[in-house]
Design a protein around this ligand. Structure first.
Ligand SMILES: C[S@@+](CC[C@H](N)C(=O)[O-])C[C@H]1O[C@@H](n2cnc3c(N)ncnc32)[C@H](O)[C@@H]1O
Length: 461
């Protein structure tokens, strides 16, 4: 079957409701259309994506005919070089009201760039409630709260990855594409990451730039095959507060960055990450949460929003019962949530994590506590007797094996930190079916202006 058997079409649609992934739902001749760049209540012109016949269509807004009161000027304009900001290059909805939206919808990763920040949280809450209902059969209106230090939603990312095009310009990928749209500074970035001037950097041979910032120091990992001269250029461009690391040669592998993807292999710990060569500085960052330091690899998982580590660990502590005997922290990374809970209670801690280097950091981070860590897939781990289980899985969620193990365990309190409402809903259906009741479920907007959100669910039995 040809990949373009259904050609692109231009349609006029009434937008009905928010959908997962920051899109909105509309209908054309009874068929569902997932529209990006729209808002519920709007009338828009869209162009559908060509492709094989499917139950639904995907489309992007090309013109806003009747605008929502919650529409704002596209914030992605703040990040594109001047000659693209008129919409001729990257394709943006320049104004808040009705009007043409040229070409594509700009770069990906800022699905609510055109939406008033408070309203974007309302839309996220609606999608969360819908997914709990549809997937988990859980009837619950959930709210989505801003992080305590929220400003305009554009200064929170402590981890940013930029793609690099063939000419060596750094930028963001267009939605569902490998095309790189150059940016002036890293979008939505916190602190000094926000001030990096990407327009003066030309780095042919580099494939990706991975930035991390930890309060008063940071790191840049350069991936690809840059020449020594390009690396020299990056080193003189990079502020001295950043370490600089590069991939030693060899094929790229994924290694637990972003939302901490599922380790490969059947239950083994993560395969070793590709070696990183330190050009200057250190391969480890020191994050500080509530006065306590956590070592984390420059390429390791850490909560992305500048306030997320403090907020999520305090939510976990708040959920703990009065007397805790033992704590298990599943998908523990470098130990943030479990260590904070163990410190608050004095209870012994057991942590499981698939990435060996993260476990090595967790052991160091918990050196003053009664703690044991295992580098293993959660699906393979035998859970010790704990009255409290914390879990913070990747987007894929915990799944059947892990939820069954939790149900069969001695746990009476479960704190489930999730970054994906769909897999959360599936796992909550299993846990409630296994005798747990949901005491609270709160959404937190720890990925402002994107389609993502974090939730903390407290279950007891
Ligand atoms: C969302 S992160 C949470 C990390 C930690 N709780 C924190 O707050 O820093 C998910 C973690 O799960 C790990 N992971 C993913 N799949 C896993 C699996 N099947 N078994 C064990 N760990 C896994 C990832 O490496 C990542 O560190």
């Amino acid at each position: 079957m040809s990949d373009t058997s259904v050609p692109a079409q231009d349609l006029t649609l009434d937008i009905e409701a928010p959908a997962a992934g920051g899109t909105s739902i509309a209908r054309h001749d009874g068929q569902v259309v997932f529209v990006s760049g729209a808002l519920p209540g709007e009338k828009v012109r869209v162009r559908t994506e060509a492709g094989p016949p499917a139950r639904f269509l995907r489309a992007a807004v090309t013109e806003v005919i009747e605008a929502s009161a919650h529409r704002v000027p596209d914030r992605r304009l703040d990040y594109v070089p001047g000659d693209s900001a008129d919409g001729s290059g990257a394709g943006f909805a320049a104004g808040p009201g009705a009007g043409a939206v040229p070409d594509s919808a700009g770069f990906g990763g800022m699905e609510f760039a055109h939406v008033d920040l408070a309203h974007s949280r309302t839309l996220k809450a609606e999608v969360l409630g819908d997914q709990l209902q549809r997937i988990g059969h859980i009837d619950r209106a959930a709210e989505v709260l801003p992080a305590p230090g929220e400003t305009d939603g554009a200064d929170w990312r402590t981890r940013v990855q930029l793609a690099v095009d063939d000419e060596g310009r750094a930028g963001m990928l267009a939605p569902r594409s490998h095309a790189v749209i150059p940016v002036t500074t890293p979008p939505l970035a916190a602190g000094p990451l926000h001030d990096l001037d990407m327009t003066t950097l030309h780095v042919p041979g580099v494939r990706r730039l991975e930035f991390a910032w930890a309060g008063d120091h940071g790191a840049l990992i350069v991936r690809g095959r840059p020449t020594a001269q390009v690396l020299d250029e990056i080193e003189s461009w990079l502020p001295t507060s950043f370490s600089l690391l590069t991939e030693a040669t060899g094929p790229e592998q994924s290694h637990g960055r972003g939302r901490g993807g599922r380790p490969r292999g059947r239950g083994r710990a993560h395969a070793p990450a590709p070696a990183l060569r330190v050009i200057r500085g250190d391969r480890t960052l020191t994050e500080t949460v509530d006065g306590r330091e956590f070592a984390v690899g420059a390429d390791g998982f850490w909560q992305v929003h500048r306030d997320a580590a403090a907020l999520l660990s305090s939510e976990v502590v708040r959920a703990l019962p009065a007397d805790v005997e033992a704590i298990t922290d599943l998908y523990c990374g470098v130990g943030l949530l479990g260590i904070t809970a163990a410190r608050a209670t004095g209870a012994p801690l057991f942590g499981v994590e698939g990435v060996e280097t993260a476990i090595a950091h967790a052991r160091d981070n918990a050196a003053d506590l009664e703690a044991r860590f295992l580098a293993l897939s959660v699906d393979r781990a035998r859970l010790p007797d704990s009255d409290v289980i914390i879990l913070d899985p990747p987007r894929a969620g915990a799944g059947r094996k892990a939820t069954s193990a939790i149900i069969e365990s001695a746990a009476r309190t479960v704190v489930y930190v999730s970054c994906d409402p769909a897999t959360l809903a599936r796992d909550l259906a299993a846990l409630t079916g296994g005798g747990f009741g949901i005491e609270s479920l709160t959404g937190f907007d720890l990925f402002p202006l994107t389609s993502h959100l974090e939730t903390v669910t407290v279950l007891r039995r």
